[in-house]
Ligand binder design. Structure first.
Ligand code: HEM
Length: 445
């Protein structure tokens, strides 16, 4: 890489640049942000800012013993993601760090195994099968709205909306995937959420060879939680033999991450609308005019264009997946860069979404209007990645977000609470550290 003029920070023995990154991130995230500003790259990816200033738009750093090339050029990103989906994929470190709660499903598979699984999973997210999920989405949203109404009737005026969004998206995915075994599905999600936080703690030491075999507190708890999840899953699979193949491929972990990213999209969007009353009103007016009574039919969803613009702007400012790492398994050429086998490409989605060069001077502001024009620069908007290995649940997630937000906004008006502390953090995905507190007022039906 040096011979190609690509430099980077000096790595340390075994840990590479991990300690530099974690000390920078713990400094920038130690305090809340003073106001609700969306200028969050310096907070969440301070190492990116420091190294790109020092070494330029292309640089190499070491994530433990894994070298990673940071790529921000949209043309090269597009080329890499569209051309090399079968000769690049998830590295050993990524697979190891998430295997306990993601399993060996399509999200972490590579090569032919990925190709095979993707073809099994994809039809579940297409055409009539996809449309068929709308009913579940509406039913689960109704229940969620009722439980908020109950809380308000009991005198509460403020709720932490993230909790409700996490629950409704878990309910939807449990009903969609597990059907009649939905209660067991919900139990699985609760266990997986616990597993995820344990794995995040344990994977901090992954760069140290052999660490996964230490009989640490986390490793022991991970083992017993995993056993519990596997037992529940086997019970469901046994009772639905026809789903064995799909069950194996989708793998429980993909659904967990899918529901978490969906919940975050909804939570951040409500935070943005709660602090931008004009856009909240615009969306409400659109929902009222398109869907009588506030429950959208599948055919009406494509007419909710203002809502779609708001969702896109939320995904741009707070993309749940803040970075995309992919390892090259063969020597490849991306544009003018020779990428040797074993090098990972690291795409800092968050930084690309906030780049003034790509989005203009108001890149850090909430302005859904920018999505009104269809002229898109490929590679600059990547909330669902792109190319053959993009998010297979994208249409599902957008349909779900539109249904939930349309029903929510026509039932309540809301403002951000004084108790909300703006403190985005990255724990695998971009989360509000203390949740999002909003004050709600029921609207006349
Ligand atoms: C707003 C919600 C969502 C966002 C922002 C999102 C984002 C992403 C991103 C960025 C990737 C690529 C990850 C990578 O390659 O490193 C991905 C992959 C994937 N997503 Fe989503 N996702 C969302 C919802 C969902 C849902 C609801 C499901 C399923 C129910 C889902 C299932 C998957 C699967 C299976 C993959 C792996 C695809 C493959 O490797 O071929 N996602 N998602």
């Amino acid at each position: 890489m040096k011979m190609q003029g690509i430099l980077g920070p000096k790595p340390h023995f075994l840990t590479g640049n991990i300690l530099d990154m974690s000390s920078l991130v713990s400094k920038t995230t130690s305090k809340d942000m003073k106001t609700i500003t969306h200028d969050i790259v310096g907070r969440l990816l301070p190492h990116f800012l420091q190294w790109s200033t020092q070494y330029g738009k292309r640089f190499v750093y070491w994530n433990g013993n894994e070298p990673r090339l940071c790529l921000t050029e949209t043309k090269l990103i597009k080329e890499f993601l569209s051309k090399y989906s079968t000769v690049s994929g998830k590295s050993w470190q990524q697979r190891q760090g998430s295997k306990n709660f993601i399993g060996g499903g399509v999200l972490m598979a590579n090569g032919q195994d990925w190709y095979h699984q993707r073809h099994i999973v994809a039809p579940a997210f297409m055409g009539d099968r996809l449309k068929g999920y709308a009913e579940n989405m509406v039913e689960c949203t109704k229940e969620m709205l009722q439980s908020i109404e109950k809380a308000l009737e009991c005198g509460q005026i403020e709720v932490e909306i993230g909790e409700y969004m996490t629950k409704v998206t878990a309910d939807i995915i449990s009903r969609t995937v597990f059907g009649k075994s939905y209660e067991k599905g919900k139990k699985i999600f609760n266990l997986l959420t616990l597993l995820q936080s344990h794995c995040a703690q344990a994977s901090r030491h992954l760069s140290i060879p052999g660490s996964r075999f230490f009989p640490s507190k986390y490793n022991k708890e991970i083992k017993s939680l995993k056993l519990e999840v596997d037992t529940l899953l086997m019970e469901i699979i046994q009772s639905r033999k026809d789903c064995v193949e799909i069950g194996r491929s989708i793998s429980y972990g993909n659904d967990l991450l899918g529901h978490e990213t969906s919940a975050l999209l909804l939570t951040w969007t409500i935070m943005l609308l709660a602090s931008n009353p004009i856009w909240q009103q615009k969306v409400r007016a659109e929902v009222n005019s398109v869907c009588n009574g506030g429950i959208p039919s599948v055919d009406q969803l494509s007419k909710l264009t203002i809502l779609h613009m708001v969702i896109n702007e939320s995904l741009r400012l707070y993309p749940p997946a803040s970075v995309l790492p992919r390892m090259a398994f063969e020597d490849i050429m991306v544009g003018d860069i020779y990428i040797p086998k074993g090098l990972s490409i690291w795409i800092p989605v968050l930084a690309i979404h906030h780049s003034e060069k790509l989005w203009g001077k108001d890149a850090n502001e909430f302005n859904p209007e920018r999505f009104s024009s269809k002229s898109f620069i490929p590679g600059r908007f990547l909330p669902f990645a792109s190319g053959p290995r993009n998010c297979v649940g994208q249409t599902f997630a957008l349909m779900e977000a539109k249904i939930i937000l349309a029903m929510f906004i026509s039932r309540f008006s809301f403002i951000i609470s004084e108790n909300y502390r703006h403190a985005p953090v990255v724990v695998l995905t971009i989360k509000p550290k203390y949740g999002v507190q909003v004050c709600l007022k029921p609207l006349e039906p």
